[in-house]
Design a protein around this ligand. Structure first.
Ligand code: NAD
Length: 714
């Protein structure tokens, strides 16, 4: 029996119900067989009045089979193109049937799923929030190669289609209807099939309903074709605007733009051929492999709890205490209350705590102004946050998170004075960004219940939480913290204790290497710009100004006080810069009188003092070396974290580097980068950099081990 159930009713309507072998309907060999047989049968069907495409799964159709796409190797291009051509021919046959074909969208129709819908004449969707519609291929380094680019451009017009193609936006049925991506919505699942059939019956004999717009004689692309004067003007600027966004590092959006423009220029079949070539090119790029590996497979792995202790039952946090209502504490209170958790927000005075709560009110008001929040929900969220200066209010908390100043004595004091208020089995978390958890846990009477819960700023926007296990942290404490992170809709990675954990430590190497090059005499602006050129969100000097040199100074001071000797990388240049900027010139960062840069009247300009002190006109370093130094330092630090077990899994390393550090998207994270760069090639380049710029570039042993074992970082 086919995985496509084929049923013809008394009205001559055939309903195809897709029920593939795996958990979801996906575009793979099984699909191609079933689809091929189905369209052949439909073409031969006598007395056919219409066709409905439906799904037996919760998801209408999940799209391309990413395992199949990931397995693609160079040299397989001809086969791959042949496969795409076959798929396309099935879709073409489907839309050329002489009767209306309706897609009855009961669940998510993304990527290949929506491409199938585009090849039907009428798209009808259940108006439910589980139903998402769109073409997110670009987010995985691909393009919709099943006719998606060509059909969407023909359906909506080039300009309207571009955001969906280039950003991979997933939309609700209502938004899809408004955009013209679907034709109708129904309010309940039960109405879906009857309504699809009713549409077919109502259009019996209506030729128009069976012909796709682009196959009609007098068809004009909405908004005009690529050479219409209005569009031609838009198109002149489009590549430049795109390049500004991708910095030339992501091939998929470029291919998509190219292909979409061709779709608005050439005839349908020729455009389809270009689309096929585009996907065939992309599927072999390292960028696609990196994005698919990390953003799909590893993200699923991390979010589904691969790093969570398996034997602990799910834990629910009902009441959380947040100590310190400053920048971090107020954000932690907000995200917790948004998840329906009762929050005790404590600071040294009620006024200070109330100020922290006001932050939530501000965010809620903003959401209301955008129509994303009701007054009732706002009141409910605010009602969950209790500002206080009294420890007794913490009574019964499942979890207390500390976000006070980065000072070990203060942190120790508040641990011992609040731990007693936890409920039975409650846990205590520190949001420290640099202090070793094992050492902080010494102040706790139950160090097994102590864990690092490291948020990123701004808490409401940053999706990552880094959970740090101290030497004594128990599995149950880890499971509780993990479940809390999921409860507040964050992605948790789990790491072992080390100075700066994984993220702060690796991030630190970025601005350390930037500082080194400044001290060596390279033009500071060049260093900063080339950081952006590799795909980091901002340059290393800019980021240090943001994080603040003052914080670096304090951290160095604290480590010295603590007698911490676990130095990650020689930081002499960083010390020199911090000493020069903060101590000698009172420049502690962007919010502390400026840092490398001056910030005046909304303008950012390089502070002349940096140039006078460090710049040497005769220093000439190749751009590639500057770029590699900035990237490799971070990659090497990540490898060291894996080698020394600070990182427990490759997936945590990749997801953590992208979401917590801002690792360039195209790399798929700092470990995945090595896989597609090539392990041997990486080793060689490390050798070159080490010979020229210092031992910190020596390739970590774990790379040689992987090479010897014939493995990559997975
Ligand atoms: P902050 O200075 O904005 O806030 C600290 C708050 O703690 C202040 O409101 C202060 O009044 C309060 N506080 C001090 N002593 C207290 C006490 N005894 N009881 C209750 N409250 C007390 O600092 P922040 O930027 O929110 O950082 C807090 C912690 O989070 C630090 O450990 C920091 O390293 C860490 N962290 C910061 C960031 C960041 O980007 N700012 C990121 C991750 C982690």
């Amino acid at each position: 029996m086919s995985v496509f159930k084929y049923e013809k009713d008394a009205d001559g309507i055939v309903t195809i119900t897709m029920d593939m072998t795996g958990p979801v309907n996906a575009m793979n060999a099984e699909f191609r067989d079933a689809m091929g047989a189905t369209v052949d049968r439909l073409e031969a069907e006598q007395g056919l009045s219409g066709v409905v495409f439906a799904s037996a799964k919760k998801v209408f159709f999940a799209g391309g089979d990413l395992k199949e796409l990931l397995a693609f190797k160079k040299g397989e291009e001809a086969n791959f193109m042949g496969m795409l051509d076959t798929m396309k021919s099935f879709f073409r046959k489907l839309e050329k049937l002489p009767v209306p074909v309706v897609s009855a969208i009961n669940g998510a129709a993304l990527g290949g799923g929506y491409e199938l819908c585009l090849a039907t004449n009428y798209r009808l969707a259940w108006n439910d929030k589980s139903v998402q519609i769109g073409l997110p291929e670009v987010t995985l380094g691909l393009l919709p190669g099943g006719g998606g680019v060509v059909r969407l451009v023909n359906l909506l017009g080039l300009q309207a289609a571009l955001p969906y193609l280039l950003e991979g936006k997933k939309v609700t049925p209502e938004a899809a209807l408004k955009a013209g991506m679907i034709d109708e919505v129904v309010d309940s699942l039960e109405q879906l099939l009857p309504r699809a059939k009713a549409y077919i019956l109502a259009n019996k004999g209506n030729q128009d309903a069976a012909i796709q717009p682009w196959d009609k004689k007098d068809f004009r692309i909405p908004g005009g074709n690529a050479s219409s004067p209005k569009l031609a003007q838009v198109l002149m600027g489009a590549p430049a605007m795109l390049a500004q966004k991708t910095r030339g590092l992501l091939p998929a959006p470029e291919q998509i733009l190219d292909c979409a423009i061709e779709a608005a220029r050439l005839d349908f079949e020729a455009a389809q051929r270009i689309e096929t070539r585009g996907l065939t090119y992309l599927v072999g790029t390292p960028e696609a492999k990196n994005l698919i590996t990390t953003f799909f497979f590893q993200m699923n792995k991390v979010n589904s709890g691969a790093s969570r202790p398996k034997d602990v039952a799910p834990q629910l946090t009902k009441k959380v205490g947040v100590l310190g209502a400053g920048m971090m504490g107020q954000g932690i209170a907000y995200v917790s209350a948004m998840a329906g958790i009762e929050v005790i927000l404590k600071d040294i005075s009620v006024e200070a705590a109330e100020k922290g709560k006001a932050y939530s009110e501000k965010l809620l008001d903003k959401a209301m102004a955008r129509g994303r929040m009701s007054p009732e929900k706002k009141a409910q969220v605010l009602g969950l946050i209790k500002p206080t200066a009294d420890n007794a209010d913490l009574q019964g908390c499942d979890l207390i998170i500390e976000a006070v100043f980065e000072n070990i004595a203060l942190k120790n004091k508040i641990t011992s004075s609040t731990e007693q208020y936890l409920c039975e089995g409650g846990i205590w978390g520190s949001n420290t960004s640099t202090l070793p958890i094992t050492q902080l846990a010494e102040a706790a009477s139950k160090p097994e219940n102590f864990i690092g819960v490291h948020f990123f700023s701004p808490v409401d926007k940053m999706p990552l939480v880094e959970l740090i296990c101290g030497e004594k942290t128990s599995d149950i404490a880890l499971a509780k913290a993990f479940d809390y992170a999921r409860q507040i809709k964050k992605t948790p990675i789990v790491v072992n204790d080390s100075l700066g954990f994984f993220t702060s430590r690796t991030f630190g190497t970025y601005f350390d290497e930037g500082a080194r090059m400044v001290v060596e005499g390279v033009a500071p602006i060049k260093v900063d710009n080339l950081g952006k050129a590799i795909g980091m969100p901002v340059g290393p000097l800019t980021v240090h100004d943001e994080v603040s040199q003052e914080l670096s100074r304090k951290a160095m001071e604290t480590w010295a006080e603590m007698g911490v000797t676990d130095k990650w990388g020689e930081q002499d240049a960083l010390r020199e810069v911090v000493d020069f900027l903060v101590v000698q010139n009172g420049r502690g960062g962007r919010h502390h009188n400026g840092g490398y840069f001056d910030y005046r009247d909304g303008n950012k300009t390089l502070w002349a003092g940096v140039v006078e002190k460090f710049y040497k006109a005769d220093v000439c370093m190749p751009d590639q070396d500057i770029k590699d130094r900035l990237l490799f330092r971070q990659v090497i630090e990540t490898l060291k974290c894996l080698q020394t077990n600070v990182l427990r899994t490759v997936a945590d390393g990749n997801i953590g580097s992208i979401m917590g550090i801002g690792a360039p998207i195209w790399t798929g994270g700092f470990l995945q980068f090595v896989n597609t760069y090539g392990l041997e090639r990486f080793q060689t380049r490390c050798g070159e950099l080490a010979a020229q710029y210092g031992e910190r570039f020596a390739c970590p042993e774990i790379v040689a081990q992987k090479i010897a074992a014939g493995e990559t970082f997975v």
